[in-house]
Design a protein around this ligand. Structure first.
Ligand SMILES: *[C@@H]1O[C@H](CO)[C@@H](O)[C@H](O)[C@H]1NC(C)=O
Ligand SMILES: *[C@@H]1O[C@H](CO)[C@@H](O)[C@H](O)[C@H]1NC(C)=O
Ligand SMILES: *[C@@H]1O[C@H](CO)[C@@H](O)[C@H](O)[C@H]1NC(C)=O
Ligand SMILES: *[C@@H]1O[C@H](CO)[C@@H](O)[C@H](O)[C@H]1NC(C)=O
Ligand SMILES: *[C@@H]1O[C@H](CO)[C@@H](O)[C@H](O)[C@H]1NC(C)=O
Length: 870
């Protein structure tokens, strides 16, 4: 332990003093249905950190029937602007109309939110801290409930937040392959689920560094944050889906992705030349494996400078030809961009004409150091860099111009923004490049070692040294202790435009960059943007997508990918996936064959691996190629359904990839399941996640299920079913009672999918009940969805009805086939169809075992029809 550590450890004990407040001046304001009051520290308490805060304002606002907002504030405290993280709209409902009640005690002050059944949603303890650099709020929880959410973290225990655990929120460039430590994003949101399936949740709208402690008995949860205000939202549910929807009513719903982004993406770090990427695209084509998007990682850059191409190995002219070729083949191109802009030294001939630097300086857009005078210098891939300040009024123009000029060279379709926690290879309050001849080294093996001279000019700076040490980096250091918050990022004392401290806005960086990049791409291309970002914060989903970062090519990481993707769905980011086959380390045939059987069904589906690792494109092994053809073949068939889910997420705050408990909360057996997942509430994915295994034990909630590959049915009483699963086989089951719009098989790009004929697959339930489904279709790229087709389907055991809810988009696809699963117990004699109210005509059909197959003629996707059989 260093001397500094010792001091910090000593200071950290001081906050443990008791703090209680009294509430006075309470009143209900009838004009806006807000309850307000004034909080004063109780005379008995000695709150060490409340130095200058003698009086706090308390308010409770009824945001909606289900959602309360509780604020504890003091003037001039940092609050997240609403343009970054929305606060929905308040209905100004009277508390009497809400589905929760609000109670409080005045001395000592506590408050409680309770649902109408009397279950506690949030119940604050008497201890409340509100200091300059330390705020603490504790709630009691129902100890038999399971807790989910609180990220971003790869939890070795799986989906359930373990009792006695601490979740630290401080965005950090740490590989997702490191379990049980803080990663790229902060999401202070949880769902509490009872054994009977009742759910509630809470969101602390605070961007400061934070620890969230879950007590060892599960009876309480403590938010301990380094600043800002208490701005708490509670959600009554009562179902998990409603909690997530209520959360998204506050922070906003996921942006609708362009259709092509749902195609399969292939990337890697470590192409030595453009020809490598061309060979990969050709390899997919030769193996007849679907591929929509080719990516380039930092390899393409000239000396790792943003917006440049390496003149020798990735000449701009050739990249342009490559991209044009991709476009001719209905494929897309996405390159990477990092936030660090090379800080050009006057002695470097090789960088004197680097426009991003010079225009950034003249527009004054870079984050400043603690003096607020000079741009802060850090180091990332290019070497010494400055970081764009997304709060600066010139940032959007700067970034849009840089992207636009670069887009003029080769027309990329989307952008990947990486390293935006922000990652910094150096640690220090102020850094200088005192050795420009040797810094940067321009060598891949030494480039990540700090070559700047960094000093803490102002060692007493309170922002850089808060007395309370959150668990940043904890468990990863050799001595397992936390690192200071400045560790390998922009120091907390650095300044953003408007005198904002990095201390308060650190966790917002990734989402801010994603927003500016998404806006820039929309204005450059005039179409819906696709932006993939590593760091995120609540509200991120409104602008961009996310991948789970640097995982490893291990079975544990494959399992973890299911948890992380489903957690991010809870966080309001629907477009999420993990690097298929694993990023770090060499993948292998067995792992890669199994990984695509998971990744093909994640909303964002990309194979990616690291520099120096063995190639892992699916066509490298016969079995993996076959596995990919089957799994991705099925993905491309169900894309119309997946795209419909993405739209429902966008308009309604629904989720695309789901934990089973989110769909079947009343079935307690689903609550711990995290090795299977569902798409919407219709398709269940049950992958093999073990080396050499040729079967898997999968839980099936009660009802009828149909294997989407073979159409065979199984009936479950709510039980574990053993599924024989050869290496090339994925398991995807359609739930009885659902109707799935599917594209014809054989598509190799999403353009094929959008042009292909459709099949409607009706999965009848075990009882005589009805089935239902729906479909959304548009042009797949308009920023404003003005014209679209929205069809709803319903079926009984002897009829299928198609109705148009909205038909302002003219889809030219035919519905050529209807398959009814589980409907052919008695021999069917005849079938008729009535299209758009015209007279009935006969329909050809065949009966194959349990499956009835109808062949429709001249029926379009937008047609209303009734198909009947008897
Ligand atoms: C709620 O009340 C506030 C303050 O009185 C007002 O500004 C706002 O427009 C109201 N919102 C609605 C939805 O009525
Ligand atoms: C509600 O109205 C009161 C009294 O006008 C005001 O003090 C308070 O700030 C308002 N609260 C909100 C959330 O609008
Ligand atoms: C609130 O409760 C009423 C009555 O129980 C119910 O109809 C309504 O759906 C509930 N609202 C929400 C948002 O849960
Ligand atoms: C959180 O739990 C850790 C033990 O895991 C403890 O050291 C720390 O003091 C707790 N923090 C708070 C704010 O309760
Ligand atoms: C924005 O950039 C212009 C130069 O293009 C500069 O004159 C101006 O001062 C910058 N604005 C701010 C707020 O720094």
């Amino acid at each position: 332990m260093t001397f500094q550590r010792l001091i910090l450890a000593f200071l950290a004990t001081l906050y443990l003093v008791n703090a209680e407040f009294d509430l006075t001046n309470t009143k209900w304001n009838t004009d806006n249905d807000t309850f307000t009051g004034t909080l004063k520290p109780s005379t008995s308490s000695s709150n060490t950190y409340s130095i200058d805060l003698n009086e706090l304002q308390f308010s409770l606002t009824v945001m909606s029937e289900s959602t309360s907002r509780i604020k504890i504030t003091s003037p001039s405290r940092y609050e997240i602007p609403e343009y970054i993280v929305g606060v929905g709209g308040s209905d100004n409902l009277s508390i009497d109309d809400a589905n929760f009640t609000f109670d409080y005690t005045e001395s000592p002050f506590t408050f409680t939110i309770t649902d109408l059944d009397g279950s506690t949603i949030f119940s604050s303890s008497e201890q409340l801290y509100f200091g300059d650099q330390y705020l603490e709020l504790t709630t009691s929880l129902e100890e038999n409930n399971k807790l989910f959410g609180l990220g971003e973290k790869s939890r070795s225990t799986g989906s359930v937040v373990p009792k006695g655990s601490k979740t630290t929120m401080w965005a950090r460039d740490m590989a997702a392959a490191e379990f049980d430590t803080n990663l790229y994003a902060s999401h202070p949101f949880y769902i509490s689920l009872s054994s009977s399936g009742n759910a509630n949740g809470a969101f602390l709208r605070n961007s400061n560094g934070m620890d969230v402690n879950y007590s060892s008995s599960g009876d309480s949860l403590t938010f301990a944050t380094l600043g800002g205000v208490i701005d708490l939202f509670t959600f009554t549910g009562p179902t998990p889906k409603e909690v997530v929807k209520q959360y998204q009513e506050i922070i906003g719903t996921p942006t609708l992705q362009p259709y092509w982004a749902l195609g399969f993406h292939q990337c890697r770090y470590g192409y030595s030349k453009l020809q490598d990427a061309k060979d990969v695209v050709q390899g997919y084509k030769d193996a007849s494996i679907p591929l929509d998007i080719a990516w380039l990682d930092i390899d393409y850059m000239n000396l790792w400078l943003d917006f440049t191409y390496d003149e020798v190995n990735f000449p701009a002219e050739e990249v342009k030809d490559f991209v044009d070729q991709l476009h001719d083949n209905n494929q897309k191109f996405v390159p990477i961009v990092d936030p660090g802009i090379l800080a050009v030294d006057p002695s470097w001939d090789w960088a004197q004409d680097y426009d991003a630097y010079h225009s950034g300086i003249s527009m004054d857009v870079f984050v400043k150091d603690f003096t607020n005078e000079k741009p802060y210098m850090g180091q990332v891939w290019p070497g010494p860099v400055h970081f764009p300040d997304w709060f600066h009024p010139n940032a959007t123009e700067f970034w849009t111009t840089q992207l636009k000029n670069w887009h003029d060279v080769a027309e990329f379709d989307g952008v990947w923004v990486d390293m935006n926690e922000v990652s910094n290879f150096c640690t220090g309050q102020v850094c200088e490049n005192s050795d420009p001849e040797n810094c940067p080294t321009h060598q891949v093996d030494t480039q990540t070692q700090c070559c700047l001279s960094c000093t803490d000019v102002d060692p007493e700076n309170a922002l850089d040294n808060p007395s309370f040490l959150i668990g940043n980096d904890e468990g990863i250091n050799d001595d397992k202790s936390p690192s200071p918050i400045n560790f390998k990022t922009i120091p907390a004392s650095a300044k953003h435009y408007g005198d904002l401290d990095e201390y308060n806005v650190h966790n917002l960086h990734g989402t801010m960059e994603a927003k500016v990049t998404s806006d820039a791409m929309e204005s450059i291309r005039g179409t819906r943007s696709f932006v993939l970002s590593r760091s995120s914060f609540p509200g991120h989903g409104n602008h961009a997508s996310h991948w789970t970062g640097d995982n490893a090519a291990t079975w544990e990481d494959l399992k973890m990918s299911i948890v992380t993707v489903n957690d991010f769905a809870l966080f309001g980011i629907s477009m999420v996936g993990a690097d298929i086959c694993g990023f770090i380390g060499d993948s292998n045939e067995e792992l890669c064959a199994r990984w695509i059987q998971v990744g093909a069904f994640h909303p964002f589906s990309r194979n990616h691996n690291t520099f120096g690792a063995a190639p892992q494109e699916f066509y490298r092994w016969d079995s993996v190629a076959e596995s990919a053809r089957r799994a991705l073949g099925m993905r491309y068939q169900i894309l119309p359904f997946m795209y419909t889910l993405m739209w429902k997420a966008n308009i309604n705050g629904e989720t695309v990839s789901n934990y089973l408990w989110s769909v079947f909360p009343e079935d307690e057996a689903t609550h711990g399941v995290d090795k299977q997942f569902m798409l919407g509430d219709s398709v269940l994915i049950s992958p093999v996640l073990q080396d050499q295994a040729r079967d898997v034990d999968a839980y099936f909630p009660a009802g009828k299920w149909y294997n989407l590959f073979t159409l065979e049915s199984l009936e479950s009483a709510g039980e574990v079913v053993n599924l024989a699963t050869e290496l090339e086989e994925a398991n995807a089951h359609l739930r009885g009672g659902k109707i799935l719009p599917m594209a014809a098989s054989g598509s190799l790009t999403t353009v094929d999918v959008q042009q292909n004929d459709f099949t409607l697959v009706v999965a009848l339930p075990s009882d005589e009940g009805d089935s239902s489904g729906e479909l959304f279709v548009d042009d797949g790229e308009s920023i404003v969805v003005a014209n679209f087709l929205h069809m709803v389907y319903s079926a009984t055991s002897s009829s299928l009805t198609s109705k148009a809810v909205e038909s302002s988009f003219d889809a030219s696809n035919a519905v050529s086939t209807v398959k009814v699963l589980g409907g052919a117990e008695a021999k069917v004699q005849s079938a008729t169809i009535q299209v758009n109210g015209d007279s009935k005509s006969n329909v050809d059909f065949v009966q194959e075992g349990e499956v009835l197959i109808f062949t429709l003629v001249d029926v379009g996707l937008g047609d209303e029809f009734v198909l009947e059989w008897s």
